[in-house]
Design a protein around this ligand. Structure first.
Ligand code: FE
Length: 230
């Protein structure tokens, strides 16, 4: 498998490029608008053809490259069926598989950070969006976030995957690049709670500033990355 983890310094976002083989079709997860050129160049350098770009959820901290990539490469753009983005060409639902030339990516509905959050799973790894971060979890205090739903997504879905499943989040603010389900179960401070109620209390007790780009990013991302004119 061809796999690249790409980083946006501005928003600490990870973008993932996946393909089963050289010369084959490729998939991008959570691309950032400012790096659209870099993605297109890398896809080209690796001899790949971009056929699909997916956002795990409507992001509040960066503008998506979905629209730009669609315009430049004619790739399909996908989000979950709950998403209010108006311009995606394909909507997936829980349990559905996205087939990209030898890769079969399972969509797992994991609401909580937002009500349109999905995780994307391959046999050995899971892309957890902002649901499960390395030693953290995504905030639940805006965009229809719901800490109880997030508890269910974590404990009912993601943490039931095999312990050696690799965890690739949409962000990291501490320089970590990858973890495993087993490692997070044991060492993620947010997951050391006795029950759902305790998790809800923990999340509701966090005091967090809004992301710097939120007022720009959310409306732009509902339009696949087109910023509205002032
Ligand atoms: Fe997010």
């Amino acid at each position: 498998m061809i796999f690249r983890q790409l980083y946006d310094h501005e928003s600490s976002t990870y973008t993932y490029l996946l393909a089963s083989r050289r010369g084959g079709e490729a998939l991008l997860i959570d691309p950032v608008l400012e790096h659209a050129d870099r993605y297109v160049q890398l896809v080209d350098e690796l001899g790949l053809r971009l056929v699909l770009a997916v956002d795990t959820h409507i992001h509040a901290d960066h503008v998506t490259a979905l629209g730009a990539l669609r315009d430049r490469t004619a790739c399909a753009t996908a989000m979950g069926e709950q998403s209010r983005a108006d311009c995606v060409s394909l909507r997936f639902r829980d349990g559905e598989r996205l087939a990209v030339d030898g890769l079969s990516v399972e969509a797992i509905y994991t609401p909580g950070h937002t009500d349109d959050s999905y995780s994307l799973r391959l046999p050995d790894r899971v892309f957890t969006g902002d649901t499960l971060l390395i030693r953290g979890t995504g905030r639940t205090d805006f965009q229809n976030g719901d800490p109880g739903a997030q508890y269910d997504s974590l404990f009912g879905r993601l943490l039931t995957l095999p312990d050696d499943t690799l965890v690739y989040p949409a962000h990291d603010y501490n320089g970590m690049t990858v973890s495993t389900i087993g490692e997070e179960k044991a060492h993620n401070p947010r997951l050391q709670v006795p029950d759902r109620q305790a998790y809800v209390a923990l999340m509701n007790g966090l005091v967090l500033a809004n992301p710097r780009l939120m007022d720009v990013a959310v409306p732009a991302n509902r339009a696949c990355g087109r910023r509205s004119d002032p």
